[in-house]
Design a protein around this ligand. Structure first.
Ligand code: ADP
Ligand code: MG
Length: 298
C-alpha cells in the first residue's frame, strides 16, 4: 500500500466523522467478514433509566419500596457502572436530602456490587451474582423478570441481608443510527454478532429489534476477548465495535477495533478507528472507505 493512498483514505475518513488512527489497519478493514457489536453503551446509549421496581416480598415484607430503593442507591453510589448510576439517580431523585455513602463497597465487574449501608448488607446485580452469596433468587426469577427482559430491559436483582427484596427493570435506548448501520452492514454481506454480559433474553430482544443474527450473551468481561479469538480461529476477519467499558481487550484482539468517540479514554486509545460522532451510521462508510482505498492502491 502506498502511504499516499492511505493518507488520502484517512483524510476522507475525517470528513465523514471517522478518525483512522492506524493507517496499516485501514488495509484490513476492506477484508472484514464479521462485525461484533458490544451492546451496552455501543448499540444502546449506555444511559439506562430505572423504569420498574418490583417487590419480591423479602423476609417478611416489612421493607417498603422506598427503603429498598434507598439502600440499593447507596450501594451503587460508588460504582461507575451505567446500571449503578441509573439506580443511584433514581434514589437521589426520590430522596432529595441525599443518598449516603456506603460504609464498605466492592464492585465485581460483570456481576454487581456488595455494600454495607445502615448496618445492612446490600447486594445489587445479576441473579447469578446474588446466588453466589446464597440468596434464593429462584423464588422470583420467574414471570416478572422474564417480562422485563422480553421488553428489552435489564433485570437487576436486589437483596438485603441475603434475602431477595426486589427486581429492578432498567431500560436503555438504542443509539442513534444503530438500525441504519446494522441494515447497511447486512446488505454489504457482513456477518453480525452482539456481545454482552447481559442476560440472554434481554440481548435477544434487542438483537431482534435491530436484525442482528448472532447473540453471545452472559459473557464475563474477562471472556469477551476469547469470543473474538474464537471467531478469528474460524478464519473470520473481525471488527469489534465498543465503548471501552469491559470490552477494550476484545477490541484489541479483533483485527480492527472501532471505538465510539463518546466512549471511555481506553476505547479511544485501543481503537484503530474512532467514530467522531455519537452516531453509528458512520460504521458502514468506515468499512466501505477502507475497501475503496484498497482499490485505489491496487
Ligand atoms: P454489558 O456487557 O452489557 O456491558 P456488564 O458485563 O457490564 O454488561 O454487566 C453484566 C451484568 O452484570 C449486567 O447486566 C448486570 O446484571 C450485572 N451488573 C454488573 N455491574 C452491575 C452493577 N454495578 N449494578 C447492577 N448490576 C450489575
Ligand atoms: Mg459497553
Amino acid at each position: 500500500a502506498t502511504p499516499t493512498a492511505i493518507m488520502a483514505g484517512m483524510g476522507r475518513g475525517a470528513q465523514n466523522g471517522i478518525l483512522v488512527k492506524n493507517g496499516e489497519q485501514l488495509e484490513l478493514a476492506g477484508k472484514i467478514t464479521t462485525v461484533v457489536f458490544d451492546k451496552t453503551g455501543t448499540l444502546t446509549s449506555g444511559k439506562p433509566h430505572l423504569t420498574d421496581l418490583i417487590a419480591a416480598g423479602g423476609a417478611d415484607g416489612s421493607l417498603s419500596q422506598d427503603r429498598i430503593l434507598f439502600l440499593a442507591a447507596a450501594a451503587e453510589k460508588r460504582s461507575e457502572h451505567p446500571l449503578a448510576q441509573a439506580i443511584y439517580e433514581a434514589g437521589a431523585a426520590r430522596f432529595p436530602e441525599g443518598i449516603p455513602d456506603p460504609a464498605t463497597f466492592i464492585a465485581v465487574p460483570g456481576k454487581g456490587v456488595c455494600a454495607f449501608v445502615d448496618g445492612a448488607e446490600v447486594l445489587v446485580g445479576s441473579p447469578l451474582f446474588l446466588a453466589g452469596y446464597g440468596v434464593d433468587v429462584e423464588r422470583f426469577d420467574g414471570q416478572s423478570s422474564e417480562q422485563l427482559r422480553h421488553s428489552g430491559k435489564t433485570a437487576v436483582f436486589i437483596a438485603i441481608d441475603r434475602v431477595l427484596e426486589a427486581v429492578a427493570g432498567l431500560q436503555d435506548e438504542l443509539r442513534e443510527g444503530a438500525l441504519e448501520a446494522v441494515t447497511e452492514l447486512k446488505k454489504m454481506g457482513l456477518e453480525l454478532h452482539m456481545l454482552t454480559g447481559d442476560n440472554r433474553r434481554t440481548a435477544e430482544t434487542i438483537a431482534a429489534r435491530l436484525g442482528i443474527q448472532h447473540v453471545v450473551a452472559e459473557v464475563l468481561p474477562e471472556s469477551k476477548a476469547q469470543v473474538i479469538e474464537r471467531l478469528k480461529q474460524k478464519d473470520k476477519v473481525v471488527a469489534m465495535i465498543g465503548d471501552g467499558i469491559n470490552d477494550a481487550p476484545a477490541m484489541a484482539t479483533a483485527d480492527i477495533g472501532i471505538a465510539i468517540g463518546s466512549g471511555t479514554d481506553v476505547a479511544i486509545e485501543t481503537g484503530d478507528i474512532v467514530l467522531l460522532k455519537d452516531n453509528l451510521r458512520a460504521i458502514p462508510s468506515a468499512i466501505r472507505l477502507s475497501a475503496k482505498t484498497m482499490t485505489i492502491i491496487k
